[in-house]
Design a protein around this ligand. Structure first.
Ligand code: MG
Length: 386
């Protein structure tokens, strides 16, 4: 059997929060990095190329690629550019594992390419599953690919399940930090600025997911993600607010025993476990000192105020193309909020209205998923104008 040290990886979205932490793991574990991909961050990509010496680096922006090509002309790394180039790297089959930490719907096509190549997919891009859960599961099965969760909650569930029999699982308990606005009323949420929403209490993440955490949309996405990763019905996936972010999620079995995974909040454990699975290895994670923490608290989420979490359950229940609609609408609304064009509560109202208006397709093909994504974004713009 291969040890983690003998593995080679490709990191998609290498300049983002999870991407840089994936490369931290590669550094600590001495893992070979075959390829990296980023959107526009030339200086970060240059730094990563000089340290990890990948054979190839994909850059989304043509202009950034031109600049990078000049900067790293003295290295052996080939720079390619554009969306298709990144999809080609994802599907090249050259690594033992591809880590997809691209943000948003943009991560779907690269995930599909990885699955078709038969290489294992360490998935941090939850939007892949939110948009196309059924299709992704079918592709994984057809190509005999294991999807290894990198989202902290899903990594926790993956660890809690271990070798248990599927029929013994009663429910999944996803923990949520609650975001910075837990306990606030709808009125109190209306004046929130992007700066306030970007200050997450326990996790340091990119801007899009930080806003999603503040609206609880992120938790809604994670409910959908858990449904497809672990084949558990929506009604058996529960959310509990746990502000300390120490219990990363739990699995309840039919005998009412609950198994939880606890550790200091650090995404590097999730990447490391995805790469070392089914084994474990030592790493950089700080040991957990429960006596120093003293207590852990758990509360019910407020589904009325944070209605996007509730909406995610409804979307999951109806299925079809609604996941893609939910994600597309949310991506557009979050971008508008970060741009100060709409308010924090507008995100919730607009996304709810857009999902309500989308044309329903019960068994969408990938093409329908892409069309739904575009349509949902248009609906947000139309709703603002009306
Ligand atoms: Mg998460």
């Amino acid at each position: 059997m291969k040890t983690i040290y003998e593995k080679s990886i490709t990191v998609l979205g290498s300049t983002g929060s999870v991407g840089t932490q994936a490369l931290d793991v590669a550094r600590t574990q001495n893992i070979k990095v075959d390829a990296i991909c980023g959107a526009v961050n030339v200086s970060k990509l240059e730094e990563q190329i000089r340290e990890f010496r990948p054979k190839i680096c994909g850059v989304l922006s043509e202009n950034a690629a031109k600049e990078l090509r000049i900067k790293v002309a003295d290295t052996d790394t080939r720079i390619v550019s554009g969306e298709q180039a990144i999809i080609d790297i994802a599907g090249s089959g050259n690594s033992d594992c591809v880590i997809n930490s691209i943000t948003g719907k943009a991560g779907l096509a690269p995930s599909v390419a990885v699955l078709r190549s038969g290489v294992s997919l360490a998935l941090a891009n939850k939007e892949t599953i939110v948009c196309a859960g059924e299709i992704v599961n079918r592709l994984a099965k057809e190509n005999n690919v294991k999807i290894l969760p990198v989202d902290s909650e899903h990594s926790a569930i993956f660890q809690c399940i271990g070798n248990s029999r599927h029929e013994d699982i009663k429910s999944i308990w996803l923990t949520a930090s609650g975001g910075p606005f837990f306990g606030r009323t709808r009125e109190e949420l209306s004046g929130i600025t992007p700066e306030m929403a970007l200050a997450h209490p326990t996790w340091k993440m990119g801007p899009k997911i930080t806003i999603d955490s503040a609206t609880l949309m992120n938790k809604g996405f994670e409910v959908i993600e858990a449904r497809y990763l672990f084949d558990v019905k929506g009604e058996n996936i529960k959310v509990v607010v746990h502000p300390e972010s120490i219990v990363h999620s739990m699995v309840e079995y039919i005998d009412n025993a609950v198994i939880a995974q606890l550790s200091c909040p650090d995404m590097r454990l999730c990447v490391q476990y995805a790469l070392s699975y089914p084994d474990r290895c030592t790493g950089t994670l700080k040991p957990l000192d429960l006596t120093e923490l003293g207590s852990l608290t758990f509360k019910k989420p407020d589904l009325k105020t944070f209605k996007l979490l509730d909406l995610a359950y409804k979307v999951l229940d109806k299925g079809g193309n609604l996941g893609a609609a939910l994600n597309g609408a949310n991506e557009r609304a979050v971008a508008l909020f970060l741009d100060k064009k709409i308010s924090f509560t507008d995100i919730m109202d607009l996304v709810t209205a857009a999902v309500d208006k989308i044309e329903f397709i019960s068994e969408p093909a990938l093409e329908d998923i892409n069309k739904t994504d575009i349509r949902a974004r248009q609906l947000i713009d139309e709703l603002i104008r009306s």
